[in-house]
Design a protein around this ligand. Structure first.
Ligand SMILES: Cc1ncc(COP(=O)(O)O)c(C=O)c1O
Length: 368
């Protein structure tokens, strides 16, 4: 293996864009200003001031918010509440691999609907509904999608809400990247456009503060949130109050705004470097540069073998996630590159190694 591995695999920030000092100060503030609330069990709904702060951001009541140990925990509670064995659930093609795992574990009948650069193919979905598909839930990652980096357009957000209203399914709007837009116009969440209580929304502080803090949340109709809160109580009594009180101080003091600016600035620079490096070193790669978020989706020529590329790349000290991990079938010519955890110089070196692996593997397969 060549030197240290350069990883385009992990959807996590590099340490240089985590505000460690701000977190340390927030921890001090949390213990000084609310030692009781920070150290007690607290409530299953989450640390009350943070729950209220999140509710205010979304213009909903605190009873509509559940703060969890990362949004993965919110996803798991929601799936346990809504998805039973055999239920049809729509997801995007491709989608976040952990969503696929979570749904598979619960016996869902997973139906993938194509994803376009402006989001889920609502035409394909509409045809499927006309043909008799009766989903219970549609899981959608509308902003800077994981793994594709694409964003659902305003028109499609509205169309999806209409389809959900007509066909009677719930939209799960999984939106941890929403604040990480570095170009283009911000779009309203489906939660804010929803008039019929069809949307359950989840987001996280993993991508804007740091993943190790494990704080995420769910927003939904009061009765659904109350049912999930009961599940939360039976699972862990309450989530991690120390983490949530630190996040609250980080948010209430305004540090989060600076942290988001830092992350966005770094991501913008990294996307530019990654796009330029791919164009220079790997001209066969097709991609749409994202306007925010952590990920870029890359398509190689149809006959490419990304399994073999994965191994050849690992031998040269570069890692990525195969596109097939985000699909139920196919995708052998696709890969996801996360640029959140790599510095610009590592990007240049990583793409050079990836291109070398690609060229070596193409050559080997043409000799066979
Ligand atoms: C779409 C999506 N949902 C949920 C998560 C999980 O986030 P958390 O760290 O808050 O559990 C991720 C993390 O990569 C994600 O990409």
């Amino acid at each position: 293996m060549a030197g240290d591995t350069i990883s385009f695999a992990r959807g996590a920030p590099s340490l240089d864009i985590v505000d460690v000092e701000g977190l340390r100060e927030s921890a001090t503030l949390a213990f000084e200003s609310d030692p009781g609330g920070s150290t007690a069990y607290g409530t299953a709904g989450g640390y009350v001031p943070l729950r209220e702060w999140i509710a205010e951001q979304h213009d909903v009541g605190p009873e509509q918010v559940l703060v969890t140990n990362g949004s993965m925990q919110a996803d798991a509670f929601l799936f346990d509440e809504l998805v039973s064995d055999g239920d049809t659930v729509i997801v995007e093609r491709p989608t976040y691999d952990r969503t696929l795992l979570g749904l598979r574990d619960r016996g869902a009948d997973i139906r993938m609907i194509g994803l376009e650069p402006d989001g889920i193919d609502v035409g394909e979905l509409s045809h499927a509904l006309d043909a008799g598909m009766r989903p219970k839930l549609a899981h959608v990652i509308p902003t800077f999608q994981n793994p594709a980096g694409y964003t659902l357009s305003r028109e499609k957000r509205e169309r999806l809400l209409h389809l959900a209203g007509d066909a009677g399914f719930v939209i799960f709007e999984d939106d941890p990247y929403v604040h990480l837009r570095f170009s283009g116009e911000a779009l309203p969440t489906m939660l804010s456009l929803d008039r019929d209580g069809r949307v359950v929304y989840a987001s996280s502080f993993s991508k804007t503060v740091c993943p190790g803090i494990r704080v995420g949340y769910l927003v939904g109709a009061p009765d659904l949130v109350a049912r999930i809160q009961k599940r939360a109580m039976n699972t862990y009594i309450s989530p991690n109050m120390v983490a949530q009180s630190i996040v609250y101080q980080f948010c209430a003091s305004g540090r989060i705004r600076q942290s988001i600016e830092t992350v966005k600035g770094a991501l913008a620079e990294r996307v530019e470097r990654l796009s330029a490096a791919l164009e220079r070193d790997l001209p066969d790669a097709k991609f749409t540069p994202p306007q925010g978020g952590y990920f870029m989706w890359v398509e190689l020529p149809e006959d490419s073998d990304v399994d073999a590329l994965f191994t050849a790349a690992a031998e040269r000290g570069v890692a990525f996630v195969k596109g097939s991990d985000f699909l139920l079938e196919g995708g052998r010519n696709t890969l996801r590159l996360a640029y959140s955890g790599v510095t610009p110089d590592q990007i240049d070196e990583g793409v050079a190694r990836l291109a070398e692996a690609y060229n070596a593997q193409r050559k080997a397969s043409s000799i066979k």
